[in-house]
Design a protein around this ligand. Structure first.
Ligand SMILES: C[S@@+](CC[C@H](N)C(=O)[O-])C[C@H]1O[C@@H](n2cnc3c(N)ncnc32)[C@H](O)[C@@H]1O
Length: 276
């Protein structure tokens, strides 16, 4: 199977939009009064959820006239957060068609069709002109992509000269291999963890300079230690990433939590600038 198809098959739920609408009704959330914040329990598919998105946004230097691309946007939570906080326009790109459809539906429910748009496509062949974006944003996506150089080359291509890349990513740690399943992969064939040194090397080769490199491994580990006991002791609330992650979500969380705690995975929030 083509690597993009394998990744899309892994993430596709098929009934996600209906499940989310049902959960919102169960919670008594009226579609007409829904806010971006109401969706945070489901639309932030990365460690530390909205908190990490807010931290990355704080160092990404986003302005109201920024044209932003969220690569691997998932359900569009970060895109909606950035557009609502900064007044910028955000395009989301994702290889999972169902996620793009649900992201479009959720933006429409909160009246953000004008400031966000979502497009189905691969990060390795982005359907955008060169020099299109002031900022490329990506959270927890490159772990699914084997061709790292291709991924960052495409980002460099679509960035305007001097544009920035803001990333929140998981890397291979020094203490050994991770165990599966993890949130981004049920098994090894769609998981490609590189080391932080690998990214620094690729970035230098592609004329990116590092503006910020924040190790958030410990904060990520604390997140799992806080969240896991609650997840293990009671069923998930109606609107929860459980709808996205499926029946083995606890094993996925446990394995990633352990890998982060034991130095088999590290987590970084960073910003790079491409050459002018
Ligand atoms: C763990 S989710 C993170 C989603 C979102 N960034 C977030 O933080 O909520 C990983 C996402 O990357 C997308 N993805 C993986 N490989 C991709 C590729 N080659 N091109 C575009 N999207 C990709 C998946 O479809 C999925 O939506």
């Amino acid at each position: 199977m083509d690597p993009n198809e394998s990744v899309e098959a892994y993430y596709t739920v098929n009934t996600l939009g209906q499940s989310i609408l049902y959960a919102l009704r169960t919670l008594g959330k009226d579609a007409g009064e829904l806010t971006v914040d109401d969706l945070a329990p489901i639309d932030q598919f990365h460690i530390r959820g909205r908190m990490a998105t807010r931290e990355l946004a704080g160092i990404a230097d986003i302005a109201a006239d920024s044209e932003v691309l969220d690569v691997g946007c998932g359900l569009g939570g970060s895109a909606r957060y950035l557009a609502s906080e900064f007044g910028c326009h955000v395009t989301g790109l994702d290889v999972t068609r169902e996620y793009c459809d649900v992201a479009t539906m959720l933006s429409s429910l909160v009246g953000m069709d004008g400031s966000t748009r979502f497009q189905h496509g691969s990060a390795l062949a982005m359907p955008f002109e060169s020099d299109s974006f002031d900022l490329v944003w990506t959270e927890h996506v490159q772990m699914n992509i084997e061709d790292k150089r291709g991924f960052y080359s495409e980002i460099a291509r679509v960035l305007k000269p001097g544009g920035r890349l803001a990333f929140h990513d998981i890397f291979r740690g020094p203490a050994g291999a991770i165990e599966f399943p993890v949130p981004w992969a049920g098994e090894q064939s769609i998981s490609f963890l590189m080391s932080e040194a690998d990214l620094r090397r690729i970035a230098a080769d592609l004329d990116f300079s590092i503006l910020s490199w924040g190790d958030v491994t410990e904060a990520s580990s604390e997140f799992f230690q806080r969240r896991l006991p609650a997840m293990e002791s009671r069923p998930p609330p109606p609107l929860d990433l459980a709808l996205v992650m499926g029946a083995d979500r606890l094993a996925k969380f446990r394995n990633l939590g352990q890998a982060v705690a034991e130095g088999r995975a590290t987590v970084v929030l960073g910003v790079m600038q491409h050459a002018a």
